[in-house]
Design a protein around this ligand. Structure first.
Ligand code: HEC
Ligand code: HEC
Length: 349
């Protein structure tokens, strides 16, 4: 009998045996979970307060705990840093095209905040804070949304008294009945012949990077890069007479930028700032765009986008401006860089 056959037979026998709990016990397989093991998993807090442990915490104390454990991502006032989630603000935006959904503007139940923070935050160090800390931070998040005063103390006892602005914003999904007449039989398998991936989460910069990306400005990085550039042979400035072929090539290269940048008529800030008239523009100078500190600082130090500076930035964004928020590896070839700059130069005002 081969080895494989033996294993198969043992496996089948085991499965049959396990079908009877008495035998499973006899074989010493598994054991009943301990009450504390069940408790460790059984954390959920319901909208009616079921599951809330005894405890309390003040806004004032919450501010300290939040500042130490949460502000690096969510901001000192829960306003969010970079693309990390905002926990405050966004009131009256839900009906807009780009609603800002925060605890204050969107979440219907305070219990979800308590449960979520208790269960999963701080990100990467979940469940390291005490019950009272969680009450305090929840109070602080409410305060950051102007929902309670600075002397407020949240506890198990007054938890249900807090009114969430969007508590009535959710309705029971009755579309199955009310919209039944729109529905056709939904396709549940093999519905598409081909699947095309049009965008990757990393390109969209959904979750901002840590370490280097967010590192504070190093004052002399730009200067160093400028010096390095000065030592290189000067590049030819090719924008006076746009070369249609180069511009067309640049338009193709710009596809790599399009996930984050718009250019042309009606261009808006997206993940990155709009790029109209970028040549000649001071770095980090679009008013309503939130640049990284290093980018703003570079602009304040006098960096303007020219053929040369832009070429260096695009070749290696993170090296040229250490800490830039542009999560883009850079353009590998000088031809691509020349082309995309020629293309951008056609969008002067
Ligand atoms: C290292 C960054 C980081 C830290 C520190 C951090 N968070 Fe978060 N937080 C996140 C990320 C990322 C998400 C979104 C997670 C997801 O969607 O799966 C999030 C989501 C949240 C949400 C839900 C937001 C929403 O609208 O969906 C709350 C509430 C929250 N965090 C509270 C806290 C609190 C309180 C602390 C401090 C104890 C904290 N976070 C610390 C990164 C962080
Ligand atoms: C993943 C998103 C992303 C991609 C892809 C991307 N950028 Fe950016 N870009 C940004 C962000 C975010 C900033 C703001 C950087 C900062 O504040 O540090 C930026 C800044 C810039 C700036 C400075 C603008 C200013 O107002 O100072 C230029 C120029 C630029 N990008 C050009 C490009 C070009 C050209 C490409 C394609 C070859 C490209 N970017 C690809 C996100 C992106």
């Amino acid at each position: 009998m081969s080895k494989y056959r033996k294993i198969l037979i043992v496996g089948t026998a085991l499965a049959a045996t396990l079908a009877t709990p008495a035998m499973a016990e006899k074989l010493g397989l598994g054991r009943a979970a301990l009450p504390e093991e069940i408790a460790a998993w059984n954390l959920d807090v319901s909208p009616d307060g079921t599951g809330l442990p005894e405890g309390s915490g003040s806004v004032e104390y919450g501010e300290t705990v939040f500042s130490e454990n949460c502000a690096s991502c969510h901001g000192e006032f829960a306003e969010g840093v970079g693309n990390w989630p905002k926990l405050a603000g966004g009131e009256d935006t839900l009906a807009r095209r780009d609603p800002v959904k925060t605890v204050g503007s969107y979440w219907p139940y305070l219990s979800t905040v308590w449960d979520y923070v208790h269960r999963s935050m701080p990100f990467g160090a979940a469940q390291t804070l005490s019950t009272d800390d969680v009450y305090a931070m929840t109070a602080y998040i409410l305060y950051s949304n102007y929902l309670v005063d600075s002397d407020f103390v949240l506890s198990k006892d007054n938890f249900l008294d807090v009114e969430m602005p969007n508590a009535d914003g959710f309705i029971i999904d009755d579309r199955e009945e009310t919209e039944a007449h729109f529905w056709t039989e939904p396709c549940m398998e093999n519905c598409k012949d081909e699947v095309e991936i049009t965008m990757h989460a990393s390109v969209l910069d959904v979750t901002p990077g840590t370490t280097e990306d967010d590192a504070p400005a190093e004052a002399d990085t730009v200067a160093e890069a400028d010096q390095a550039a000065a030592e290189e042979a000067p590049r030819t400035a090719g924008v006076a007479e746009p070369d249609p072929e180069l511009v067309a090539e640049g338009e193709k290269v710009f596809r790599k930028c399009q996930a984050c940048h718009q250019v042309g008529e009606g261009a808006k800030n997206r993940v990155g700032p709009q790029l109209n008239s970028v040549l000649g523009r001071t770095a980090g100078s679009i008013d309503d765009f939130r640049y990284s500190n290093p980018m703003s600082a570079a602009g304040e130090d006098g960096l303007a986008w020219t053929d040369e500076t832009l070429a260096q930035y695009l070749a290696d964004p993170r090296k040229y401006i250490k800490g830039t928020r542009m999560s883009f590896a850079g353009l590998r070839s000088q031809d691509e860089i020349d082309a995309v700059i020629a293309y951008l130069a056609t969008f002067a005002e």
